[in-house]
Design a protein around this ligand. Structure first.
Ligand code: CP3
Length: 370
C-alpha cells in the first residue's frame, strides 16, 4: 500500500494519530487532550494523596500508571507521558518546587550572566526516569495508542528560570532578551543542549511523537519572536525530527505568531481556541498539520452546547488530512470527566466516515495544483 492508502479496519489509535501528524488520510481525526491526566480525575487525586507531583514524575511505575489510567478511561488515541515542563531545571542546577495555590517557584531565578554560565548541561541523564516511564507505557499500549513524549520550548522554560515562576508581563525575561544578548543566547543554547538529550531519551524509550510546549510564547510580538526565539526553536524542532519522530509545537494566544511558528518546521502546530481553527490553519497555508482547538472551559457547558462546539471544530477542519482533535489548552481542575468522555464519543460519531473520500479529493487537489 502506498503512503496515502490504508485499511480502516486495521487502523489503531497509534497509526491514526501518527498518520494525522504527517498529514496522511485517516478514517477519522484522532483525539486526545492536553492535561488529560490531572486533578479533574478522581484516580489522579487519589494518587496525589500519597505522592507529590515531582514524586509521581520520578517514579516510573506511578507515572506510567497515571498516564495509562487517564488514556484508557477517556478512550483517546494517544497518551501523553505524565511528567512536567520544569523537570530539566533540576539537572541544570536550578531548584524549584510547586507551591500549593501559587504554582511553580524557582528558588534562585536567573538574573545575571554569571548565574547562566553556571548552569550545567551534562546531567540530562538524571532525567532518565521519564524515559523509563515511557518504556512502561509503550510496553503496555504497543501500537494501540500513540505515545507522546514532551518538553518545554526554550522561551517558555527560560521564562520560568528568569521570572522564578509564572508571570504576567515577563519583564525580567524580556529585559534579558533585549539588554543582555550574550546571556540570553547562552541560556537558550544551554536549554537546547539539555532538551535535545532529554528528547532523545524519550524517543529511544518509545515515544512516537514529541510535543514541544511553548505555552507562554504568545506574550511576544511577532518581531521579538522572530528575532529572539524562532532560530533556537527551529534548531530544537529539527534536532528532534532527526531522531525520526514528528514534532507538535504548541503555544497559547498565538494567533499572530502562527505563520512564524510554522517556520520552525514542526509537523503539527497546536492551536489555542481564540483563533478559529480554519483561520489559523489557513494562515499557515495548510502547510502543516494542526491540533486543537476546543475551549477547555466548554467542557463545563451543557451537552447540546458542547456538541455544537465539537461539531464546529470538526467542520472547520473540513475533513482535511492532518487534523488532531484536542482542546486549545489543558483540562482544568473541576472539569466533569463525563464531559471529556462525551467529547471523545462525539469526535468518533460526528467526524465523517467519508474522511477517506474527502482526503482523497484533497490529496488529488494538491497533486493537480502541482
Ligand atoms: O496529562 C498531561 O498533560 C500530563 C502531564 C503534564 C503536567 N504538566 C503535569 C502537571 C504536562 C504535559 C505538563 C506540562 C506543563 N507544566 C506545562 C505546559 C502545558 C501548559 O499548560 O501549557 C506548564 C506550563 C507546566 C508548568 C506547571 N506545572 C504549572 C504552571 C503547574 C501549576 C499549575 C497548577 O495548576 O497548579 C504545574 C503543575 C502540574 N503539572 C499539575 C499537573 C497534573 C497540576 C498540579 C498537581 O498535580 O499538583
Amino acid at each position: 500500500m502506498g503512503p496515502d492508502s490504508f485499511d480502516p479496519l486495521l487502523m489503531t489509535g497509534g497509526s491514526r494519530f501518527l498518520r494525522a501528524c504527517l498529514k496522511k488520510p485517516v478514517d477519522r481525526p484522532p483525539v486526545w487532550f492536553l492535561r488529560q491526566a490531572g486533578r479533574y480525575m478522581a484516580e489522579y487525586r487519589e494518587v496525589r494523596k500519597h505522592h507529590t507531583l515531582v514524586e509521581i514524575c520520578k517514579r516510573p511505575e506511578i507515572a506510567a500508571e497515571v498516564t495509562i489510567t487517564a488514556a484508557e478511561k477517556l478512550g483517546v488515541d494517544a497518551a501523553i507521558i505524565f511528567a512536567d515542563l520544569l523537570l530539566p531545571l533540576e539537572p541544570m542546577g536550578l531548584d524549584f518546587e510547586f507551591v500549593a495555590g501559587e504554582g511553580p517557584m524557582v528558588h534562585h531565578p536567573l538574573r545575571t550572566v554569571e548565574s547562566i554560565e553556571k548552569l550545567r548541561t551534562d546531567r540530562a541523564g538524571q532525567l532518565e526516569y521519564v524515559a523509563a516511564a515511557i518504556e512502561k507505557v509503550a510496553g503496555h499500549f504497543g501500537d494501540q495508542l500513540g505515545i507522546i513524549g514532551f518538553c518545554g520550548a526554550p522561551f517558555t522554560l527560560a521564562s520560568y528560570m528568569i521570572e522564578g515562576g509564572s508571570s504576567r508581563n515577563y519583564i525580567f525575561t524580556k529585559q534579558m532578551m533585549y539588554a543582555e544578548p550574550y546571556a540570553w543566547q547562552k541560556l537558550l543554547d544551554k536549554l537546547v543542549t539539555v532538551l535535545v538529550a532529554f528528547c532523545k531519551q524519550q524517543v529511544d524509550a518509545g515515544a512516537d511523537v514529541i510535543q514541544i510546549f511553548d505555552s507562554w510564547v504568545g506574550s511576544l510580538s511577532v518581531e521579538d519572536y522572530r528575532d529572539y526565539v524562532l532560530p533556537v526553536t527551529k534548531r530544537l524542532v529539527r534536532a528532534v525530527q532527526e531522531m525520526g519522530v514528528p514534532v507538535i509545537y504548541f503555544g497559547v494566544d498565538t494567533a499572530s505568531l502562527l505563520p512564524a511558528m510554522r517556520e520552525t518546521g514542526a509537523d503539527v502546530i497546536g492551536l489555542d481556541w481564540r483563533t478559529p481553527l480554519d483561520e489559523g490553519w489557513r494562515s499557515m497555508d495548510y502547510a502543516c498539520a494542526v491540533q486543537g482547538n476546543l475551549d477547555p472551559i466548554t467542557l463545563f457547558a451543557p451537552q447540546p452546547i458542547l456538541e455544537t462546539r465539537v461539531k464546529q471544530v470538526l467542520a472547520q477542519a473540513d475533513g482535511r488530512p492532518g487534523h488532531i482533535f484536542n482542546l486549545g489548552h489543558g483540562i482544568v481542575p473541576g472539569t466533569p470527566v463525563e464531559n471529556v468522555q462525551a467529547v471523545v464519543k462525539m469526535v468518533k460519531a460526528f467526524s465523517r466516515p467519508s474522511g477517506l473520500l474527502i482526503s482523497k479529493d484533497f490529496v488529488a487537489g494538491e497533486v493537480s495544483n502541482g
